[in-house]
Design a protein around this ligand. Structure first.
Ligand code: GDP
Length: 524
């Protein structure tokens, strides 16, 4: 594998809200040299709408509505951190984001342990056997007993946990941690939150040098606990970590910059390099010389001054250079990529080159959709990027009926972003919007108003579930002609069966045995 690809680490952070994802991200950027001081992520001006400003916007809205990427260098590694939306209502977006990474960092709050959202996100990672590195945060405050935290993760998430570090003291007496992997004592600096901990190389926990730094009672406890941990918990095993069966855990405090570098070292040393990508008719390996990539996210209106959209592309193989002509497989057309964006955390910069594992942004006018594959000519199609049937359906109307066309445009835009499903019923006028969580309606309404100056109303419909219809053409047409009041087309023009009753679905399945009704559709 070319060294440039080998040094890439593409990952996401998963956590329950408030566990410290933003704080940890900020420290990553700080140690990655992408920002000069902590707090800068939040303090940037409105004019330069970089990735970081989106975090600002998301903070103000109190919710993370988009997933983007940030790249920075740390030691000999290039980190690509892909942001996952935090709220559970955005699970589909999150799922797709996680198709673009090779590993995840799971942040948990040391006082709270595994929370509901952590668990859900973890399950999504597990579906893809993603390697997971765990950071137990907020150790500077009263936290749970270390063994209790570890066993909660093991039992709750059914994964082996191996300690990469072990905390010394808790709460107000929290001094730092013992690094089991490097046999070092790390001492937290409470006075300067941005300073990296002092690190003391030792020769096992019986080394008398530790006594200068750690009071006798804490040291006795540390020795006892580490001995127990070594006896009870599985030993560090990189292979098992890469297979997703074991997670190493670091104990730290993001706000005090404590444990963060060790975690970053861990991502670099033990995290996976870019992994092969599932595709039809064959898998794509990162070291292949020709470029292949796929769109996992489309974001519209990143810059309100330009109505552009950016397709986020994960490169699955090869070495990409600006100006390259790539083959848009679905459209069957060449596409010149003249102005790709690399999400260097400090700014949105033009990408001159990128390698397998990187995320690039391709501004476009709607040609690129989620699930699209770009290659140097081979008709490959990346698989495994699903679209889920919405669980909530509502009709939407513009406050001003004369603005119906505008509304259609806005809705199509959000449908392409993957922010909602938009269905046009065969009978009647208007649109039906489908989402996975109630909150998405509110976010959509506020975005349509903000980005299109169009106040809208969402109202309940007679339907509450949607199924994609597939099968032989005449069988589908037969179903459609007999069930017009239930039929709509999604924004790709595919046929959808809308209903309120499971009974209806069962009936259709019985009456039209050649047709399949599915709750997911693979994006292509
Ligand atoms: P997110 O919702 O997961 O992005 O969490 P944030 O990073 O916004 O953190 C939530 C709250 O926890 C904020 O008030 C942070 O200042 C605080 N916080 C983050 N890390 C630590 C930590 O290590 N110790 C303490 N005591 N508080 C922290």
């Amino acid at each position: 594998m070319p060294p440039e690809i080998q040094r890439r680490r593409t990952f996401a952070i998963i956590s329950h809200p408030d566990a410290g994802k933003t704080t940890l991200t900020e420290k990553f950027l700080l140690f990655g040299g992408a920002i000069q001081m902590a707090g800068q992520v939040r303090a940037k001006g409105e004019a330069r709408r970089t990735r970081s400003d989106f975090m600002q916007m998301e903070k103000e809205r109190g919710i993370s509505v988009s997933a983007s990427a940030m790249s920075f260098d740390y030691k000999r590694y290039r980190f690509n951190l892909v942001d996952t939306p935090g709220h559970s209502d955005f699970s589909e977006d999150t799922y797709r984001t996680l198709t673009a990474v090779d590993a995840a960092v799971m942040v948990i709050d040391g006082a709270k342990g595994v929370e509901s959202q952590t668990r859900k996100l973890f399950e999504v990672c597990r579906l893809r056997d993603l390697p997971i590195l765990t950071f137990c945060n907020k150790m500077d405050r009263e936290s749970r007993d270390t063994f209790e935290i570890v066993s909660e993760i093991q039992e709750n998430l059914a994964i082996d946990v191996t300690p990469a570090s072990w905390p010394i003291g808790t709460g107000r007496d929290f001094l730092g941690a013992y690094d089991l992997l490097h046999d070092r004592i790390e001492l937290m600096d409470r006075a300067d939150r941005n300073r990296v901990a002092e690190s003391i190389q030792i020769d096992g926990l019986d080394d008398p040098r530790i006594e200068q730094y750690v009071p006798a009672d804490l040291l006795a406890r540390l020795r006892e606990e580490v001995e127990m941990a070594r006896g009870l918990l599985p030993a560090f095993d990189r292979q098992s970590i890469l297979e997703g069966h074991m997670t190493p855990i670091w104990f730290g405090s993001a706000i005090n910059s404590f444990g963060v570098k060790e975690l970053m070292d861990g991502i670099g040393e033990y995290g996976p390099e870019p992994q092969p990508q599932r595709a039809e008719p064959r898998e794509v390996s990162p070291e292949e010389p020709s470029v292949a990539g796929f769109v996992f996210k489309v974001q519209a209106n990143m810059d309100p001054k330009h109505r552009d959209r950016v397709a986020f592309v994960r490169l699955a193989s090869g070495h990409f250079e600006r100006g390259m002509k790539l083959h848009h497989v679905r459209a069957g057309k060449p596409m010149s990529i003249t102005n790709p964006v690399l999400f260097l955390a400090a700014d949105r910069e033009l990408a001159e080159e990128a390698w397998a594992g990187d995320i690039i942004g391709i501004p476009n006018h709607g040609q690129l959709r989620i699930g699209d594959t770009l290659t140097e000519g081979e008709p490959l199609r990346v698989t495994g990027i699903p679209s889920f049937a919405p669980e909530l359906l509502q009709t939407v109307r513009a406050g001003d009926p004369l603005k119906a066309k505008h509304l259609e445009k806005a809705l199509m835009q959000f449908a392409e972003e993957g922010a909602a499903k938009v269905f046009k019923p065969m009978i009647g006028s208007g649109f039906i919007v489908g989402v996975v969580g109630q909150l998405q309606f509110e976010v959509l309404a506020s975005r349509i108003e903000l980005e299109y100056g169009l106040p809208v109303r969402f109202e309940s419909t007679q339907f509450n579930s949607a199924r994609w219809v597939s099968g032989p053409k005449d069988a589908v047409e037969d179903l459609v002609s007999k069930n017009k009041q239930h039929i709509a087309h999604d924004n790709d023009g595919d046929v959808v069966f809308l209903t309120r009753l499971q009974w209806d679905i069962d009936r259709v399945v019985r009456d039209h045995p050649q047709v399949r009704l599915t709750a997911t559709k693979e994006m292509m």
